[in-house]
Design a protein around this ligand. Sequence first.
Ligand SMILES: NC(=O)c1ccc[n+]([C@@H]2O[C@H](COP(=O)([O-])OP(=O)(O)OC[C@H]3O[C@@H](n4cnc5c(N)ncnc54)[C@H](OP(=O)(O)O)[C@@H]3O)[C@@H](O)[C@H]2O)c1
Length: 431
Amino acid sequence: MSEDRKTWRIGVAGLGTVGGGLLSFLDAEPDFAPAGGRAVVTGISARSRARNRPVDVSAMQWFDDPVALAKSPDNDLFVELIGGSDGPAKAAVEAALAMGKPVVTANKALIASHGAHLAALAETKGVPLLFEAAVMGGTPAVKMLREALVGEDVISVAGILNGTCNYILTEMETKGSAFGDVLAEAQRLGYAEADPTTDIGGFDAAHKITILAALAFGCAPDFASAEIEGVDQVDLDDIKLAHDLGYRIRLVASAVREGEAVAVRVHPALAPFGHPLAETRGSLNALFIEGRRIGRIFLQGPGAGAGPTAAAVAADIADVMTAVRRPVFQSPASGLKFAPVIDPANRISRVFIRLRVKDQPGVIAAVSETLAGAGVSIDGFLQKSAQADGSVPIVLTTHATAESIVFEALERIARLPSMLQAPKLLRIARL
Ligand SMILES: NC(=O)c1ccc[n+]([C@@H]2O[C@H](COP(=O)([O-])OP(=O)(O)OC[C@H]3O[C@@H](n4cnc5c(N)ncnc54)[C@H](OP(=O)(O)O)[C@@H]3O)[C@@H](O)[C@H]2O)c1
């Protein structure tokens, strides 16, 4: 920091969507946090020096190597906006922390995979490691759990944490377009990456819910234990049939605590019309936090984009400048442990089952007898007219049942001679 400790010299590695947004923000408002002093970007790093950036960067010191920027004595605070759980982002964050420099990052993959190690490094050195922008972009979920709910006994966090998937599901429903067509359009408009695997495979939402679980339950972030299903298996017929039964399909990320054990999961799930998750449309994010004393809190807002995400990064920069000090994950890093995982065999869910059967008598009786025999009770049922190919689509919803029992029943149903394809199961969100 400069002599009077009023001007913070910021090093920014990564000048893409978020980094470019931050440069614009700080260029327009260097005094955005008056109690903390002035924030001035003095050093930058990206892949291409020649690429145009949203502000004039000619007075900023250029570094080809983000690790060299992180180690440079010419900045007081290092901001990592490159991305990726390993590689240059991790090396640069480690380098900055190792020399006792505060770090702000938007990198959920890094924090979900290496959060406990990085928190230990930061706390050993006595410097902040902040990542508000990593979850829900511009909507303050991290600070909500780390600060506002520090005394609360949180039992679950669940919501929609990936705007790309929500955009795709919303477009499929409203336009009646197939998954691949909507994905291609989202890529054309810049809402989805050229390689969409991280988003549509559920991994991005899993990174975020892993981080929220650590903040909510005081455990180490444990991405490796997250159960992950993406939206790539959801087709237009699922969306239409769920709609006919009064539901919308959403990619729901959840973290639940039972005693010491925790379950972190991402999967497509049905939410009934009128429920805030069903009504969260387009690229918006939404989150429920449930605590023993507070009951339920609902947050909704932008989860991505240059402006909202840069505002969240700036809020972290302000915390560094105003010397706000808290453990990285609410609990001190020295006591962070991986929580045991809740045994999936005990999981209770309501489910939506989709079948395609031959158009012949006795099929429905066979299905309902198989379910009843296994102890699965049907809540809703819908049979559509026979299709041109002679098949009949059937969907049904169940009351809450152990998932293991439903899976066993579905194996038996799959072997019925009237089945034309393997039964498909989607969970109904526990809301
Ligand atoms: N986009 C969002 O709305 C959003 C929201 C929340 C969190 N995040 C997180 O924020 C981070 C950045 O995301 P983004 O969308 O801004 O990514 P992006 O647009 O792809 O930008 C990445 C930046 O990193 C630079 N870079 C790549 N490899 C590098 C290397 N080896 N050394 C130095 N710089 C390198 C790139 O340089 P060039 O410009 O020269 O190619 C680019 O400026 C990620 O962790 C992401 O998960 C993003």
